[in-house]
Every structure is written in structure tokens, then in C-alpha cells.
Design a protein around this ligand. Sequence first.
Ligand code: EPU
Length: 302
Amino acid sequence: MRIEDPKIVAALPELSVELRRASSLAELTSLAIGGATDLLRIRDHESIPGLLSLLDYHGVPHRFLGGGSNLLVGDGELPWIVLQLASPDPDVVLEGNFAQVDAAADLGRMVTYCAKHDLGGMEGLIGVPGTVGGALRMNAGAYGMQIGSYVREVKVYRAATRRIEILRGEQISFEYRHTSFAPDDMMLAVKLELPSKPYKEILQGIRICNEKRRSSQPLGQKSAGCIFKNPPGASAGRMIDELGLKGLSVGDARVSDRHANFFVNAGKASAKDMLALISNVRERVRSAFSVELEHEVVIWNA
Ligand code: EPU
């Protein structure tokens, strides 16, 4: 979608918003799939209510993009524009056991930075690609931990009130790969409280998680991490593997040979290919195990 209205274009510099015409979502997502649309880079949180009022007034549909690492975007010209936060410098500020982190900060870099200052707890998240805001919205977790456990405050733009609000950790519910934020809430920043731990000890934990991840996940390939959530008490990856579906392909979309819940773009896969593969696998799991797998990956297809 193109922003045609000159009134919107003229207002953007005042709002510290940069317009990037015809941005390819394939270049902004870890799956390397997705069509094109105009993208607005937001440099100042305070300009968000004004910007969104402007877009709503002119009827411009929009979506919020984080790091693009858990996202499958449709093909061709997209029917909405994309908003993305630019990362400030510095994007992590420490005070005692608290880390104030901008939502646009890179998750892995944030974990490492905190570790170097003897703040641990998030070792399991090392190697998870994406931004802190994305991790927060999905309550990213791995190896027995989840980011939600450390959240004390969240600065969020709430679409329902059209205001920036600060929520306390206990006002938010963090469940398995799910939070109580509304789909159109925009994560802006988070305050984490992290346990003190010597750097060397954290580093050891990081190495163990890195090793486990390297040995079980297709890290060098284009993917969006796990495609399906694990059903209660079971593993989607193991079920798909048991059905012998590793290597199953639709075009260049392929079930990973290393981890069956990772679907990779082995070349020039389209969203259509990937969606067909997802529904094919889902169908086979349904008929073999009578289990309805839920998407873990976020799908923007229309
Ligand atoms: N397994 C197989 N075949 C496979 C994959 C897994 O038999 O192809 C078996 C494994 O041998 C193991 C069990 O299934 O016994 C579980 O596998 P794994 O330890 O890899 O964990 P997972 O349940 O598949 C979850 C998260 C991952 C996270 C890992 C490590 C979900 C959907 N997945 O995977 O998160 O990295 O645990 O904690 O919750 C993600 O969120 O995108 C993601 C990759």
C-alpha cells in the first residue's frame, strides 16, 4: 500500500517519522517471505498517538512490525502499511537490578549486555532472534524460562484508549506464548528486574543453551522458529517427526530435517507455499493424533 495523501506525507517530519517507500517485507523478516508496502519508522514514542490519529483519520490501515522473526507475511502488494520503532541509543539502561529496555532493542544483545553487568535469568533466550518488544508481546521463552517472569513495568501505546500507558507487571497476564495485550497495542519499553549473578556463571548457562539450540534447531536457515505451539503435554515437533514429515515440501517451503516444528524457506518460497505446507501438516497431525495444532508464528495474510 502506498501513502498517497500529501497531508500525511507532509506531517511526518514534524512527528519524527521517516517514510520508507515500497519496503520489502521479505527483507525485514527472518523467513524472507512477504510483499511490499510503505513503512514508517518512528523515532519518538511521544509522536505515536498523533501519528495513529492521523492514519485513522485518513483511513490508512497499519500493522506494527517488531524484529520480523516470528512472522509470515503474505505475497504481493500488501493492503496495509507497516509501523516500526527505531532503536534509540542507548537502548538498555541499568539501575541496580532493573533494566529499562526499549522495545526496539535486539533481544540477544540485551541479554548479553545485562549478563556483562552481572544480571542473569534470561540465559534461555540467547539465540532467540527478534526485538525485546516482540519477545514481550509473545512472552518468548525457552529452556524453562519466559521473559514475562522478569517484567515489572511495560510502556505501551494502547489502541483502545489511544494513549501511552505504563502498566505494572501484575496488570499483565503472561501465559505460554501469549499475553493479555490487545493485538493492536504497541510495545514501547519494558522495565525488567533481573537476579544478580556473576558474569562467568551466566556465560556458562548461555553456552549450554546455545549448544542445545545448535544441536536441535536449523539455525543457519531462513525460518520463523517454531511454526506451531506445543499442545498441552506434547511436542508439536515430535508429532510431526513421528509422521515422517521432515523434508516435506511445497515449492521451496520445507519442513526442516533438523527440527520438524521449524519450516524453512529453502530458496524462493512464497507465502502461498508456506501456508499450504502449514495447512497440510496441520491436517495430517489432526487426522493421525486428533490434535488441532495452533500457530505459534504470527500470520499477516490480508
Ligand atoms: N523432537 C523430535 N523431533 C523433532 C523435534 C523435536 O523428536 O524434529 C523431540 C525432541 O527430541 C524432544 C522433544 O521433541 O524430546 C521436544 O523438542 P525440543 O526440546 O526441541 O523442544 P520443542 O518443544 O520442540 C520448545 C519451544 C522452542 C524452544 C525449545 C527449547 C515451542 C513451540 N517451542 O521446542 O521455541 O526453543 O522448546 O526450550 O514452544 C519458538 O518459540 O519458536 C521455539 C523454537
